[in-house]
Design a protein around this ligand. Structure first.
Ligand code: NAG
Ligand code: NAG
Ligand code: NAG
Ligand code: NAG
Ligand code: NAG
Length: 479
């Protein structure tokens, strides 16, 4: 047994080592041939044309470096081979309003399908990770950078660029590739998105899968620790990354820039509700903004509102407006269920549901609402709660996850909102909010709007630069 293992190991070493040495020589050769002495910072973001939150982070990061380090050249490794550089920049500017100061060079990679999940029906995590190394090799050979920044969570590219590429390394993590939660789902034999029924039902398969996850988590940690600078997008991610990468405390929390400028324009003084409620104006509006998904727990909002009405003085003065995207049949049936719960609780006149509303309508609602209610537990972040705060709505959010850790301060001296966790605490908090004096209310919405600055682009820029500036220098020759 032992000799089989050692033979396999020997063969692996004999084939891989020469490959790595060749790769290293090729890379060094490329770097030597480079004439200009500027510092090259490479961003690894294979899906840079996707137009999501991760891309906003990328373009803001690029612009921050360009603005503050004039002698640095930024390049972006992308797999969007069907788009031209100008099309990508055009999209960044139309989607996010971000235009770069100087040229960004794009390095187009053809191996992006190696990181796509659909090719790995089994061992998906491992497959995608090894695929990302292969994609990384293409990037490294096309244009070796001096500083490498992974902004899409491909941690396994970090050791490649650090040891073979001789780069200084940083990464920005939105979400851990594997988390302790996923491990415990397998351990408890639950059938879930990351655990098939077949595996959940078998003891042996569960053992194998657990071993695989543990080995993978260990390798993920090894790879992650090759990053000199680790940045994460929230406290939730910070906790998970620190645990799984076994980092002590050097991780930087850099909140992504949120686009809330439209909401910051809304006057803090509430408008009369006539505009949104028609005849029944003059009421106090409680607003809920959430897609009609099960984890958002809309029924908790209804029950809490019901309890609140039972204990307040003028129940007819209040209205709950639930708005949110309704994407598919599942969402539609949930809306129907909510409507029947509304009838059961006898709230027909007091609750209104509006689906798929426009941005402009949302802004009108946010300028009228006095309270914004959020009930999802353990949400990683909760951009909706930030939007309430920006718009001058008193936020009442779930006492867990992102709202608790990153967004709402629920202490009397520097309060920016309220937190609750069940029917009693939510209805209690509603009573408390509606009995606030004008001054106290004004104080809360003012503090909340000020606190939103943490999620602004300026704040992102300064936090990001504080984290990466120390590595924006090449390795010294004799190090
Ligand atoms: C690029 O376009 C070709 C043909 O239009 C398509 O087959 C290919 O999948 C596209 N590649 C990517 C990466 O989108
Ligand atoms: C961090 O990224 C994850 C995954 O994209 C996302 O769910 C979460 O909302 C992000 N956090 C922040 C603060 O934007
Ligand atoms: C597994 O499922 C049980 C029952 O459905 C639940 O109580 C438990 O919290 C779940 N464990 C995990 C780790 O999801
Ligand atoms: C909301 O919009 C989505 C597409 O954006 C559509 O599929 C859905 O049917 C709409 N829902 C309702 C209730 O209009
Ligand atoms: C909704 O909230 C209630 C009360 O806290 C809780 O018991 C229930 O499990 C939650 N439902 C979901 C889907 O999170």
């Amino acid at each position: 047994m032992l000799w089989i293992l050692s033979t396999i190991l020997a063969v692996l070493i004999c084939t891989f080592l020469p490959c790595l040495v060749c790769l290293k020589i090729l890379v060094l050769n490329k770097k030597w041939k480079r004439k200009k002495k500027e510092l090259i910072v490479g961003f690894f973001h294979p899906y840079c044309n996707a137009g999501g939150g991760g891309e906003r982070v990328l373009w803001c990061a690029v612009r921050s470096i360009q603005e503050s380090h004039p002698n640095v050249k930024c390049i972006v490794y992308t797999g969007d081979i069907n788009a031209s550089a100008s099309q990508i920049l055009e999209k960044a500017s139309s989607t996010f309003g971000i235009t770069s100061q100087r040229d960004i060079e794009f390095v187009f990679l053809t191996r992006r399908n190696w990181v796509e999940a659909k090719w790995y029906p089994v061992l998906t995590l491992l497959g995608q990770s090894m695929g990302s190394v292969w994609l990384g090799v293409e990037a490294l050979l096309s244009y070796p950078p001096d500083v490498f920044i992974d902004t899409m969570g491909y941690a396994f590219t970090l050791p490649l660029f650090k040891y073979i590429g001789g780069c200084r390394t940083a990464c920005y993590v939105h979400y851990p590739t594997i988390s302790t939660d996923m491990l415990s789902v397998v351990e408890c034999q639950n059938d879930s998105f990351n655990n098939r029924k077949l595996i959940a039902q078998s003891k042996v398969l569960t053992k194998c899968k657990l071993l695989y996850y543990k080995v993978f988590a260990y390798m993920y940690g090894l790879a992650g620790r090759c990053s000199e600078v680790v940045m994460v997008n929230s406290s939730w991610t910070l906790n998970h990354i620190n645990k799984i990468w076994r980092l002590e405390s050097s991780t930087f929390k850099v909140f992504p820039p949120c686009d809330i400028s439209g909401f910051l324009e809304i006057p803090l003084q509430r408008k009369a509700s006539t505009e949104v409620l028609g005849d029944a104006g003059g009421k106090h509006v409680i607003l809920s903004i959430a897609q009609f998904r099960p984890e958002k727990n809309h029924s908790l909002q209804l029950k809490s509102f019901h309890r609140f009405l039972a204990s307040c003085e003028e129940p007819s003065n209040y209205k709950l407006l639930m708005v949110g995207g309704c994407r598919n049949e599942g969402d539609k049936s949930r809306v129907a269920e909510l409507k029947s719960l509304i009838s059961d609780l006898n709230l027909n006149k007091k609750v209104e549901i509006r689906t798929n509303i426009s941005y402009d309508e949302l802004k009108v609602l946010l300028s009228v609402a006095e309270v914004g209610i959020h009930t999802m537990s353990n949400e990683h972040f909760g951009i909706g709660v930030v939007e309430f705060q920006a718009a001058g709505v008193v936020a009442l959010a779930h006492n867990s996850g992102g709202p608790k850790m990153d967004i709402v301060a629920d202490t009397n001296d520097r309060r920016t909102g309220f937190l609750a966790h069940d029917i009693d605490t939510y209805s209690e908090a509603l009573l408390q909010i509606f009995s606030l004096t004008h001054e106290k209310r004004a104080q809360i919405v003012n503090s909340a709007r000020t606190a939103c600055g943490r999620f602004s682009e300026q704040e992102f820029k300064s936090d990001f630069l504080a984290a990466v500036s120390p590595i924006l220098t090449p390795h010294r020759k004799h190090e």
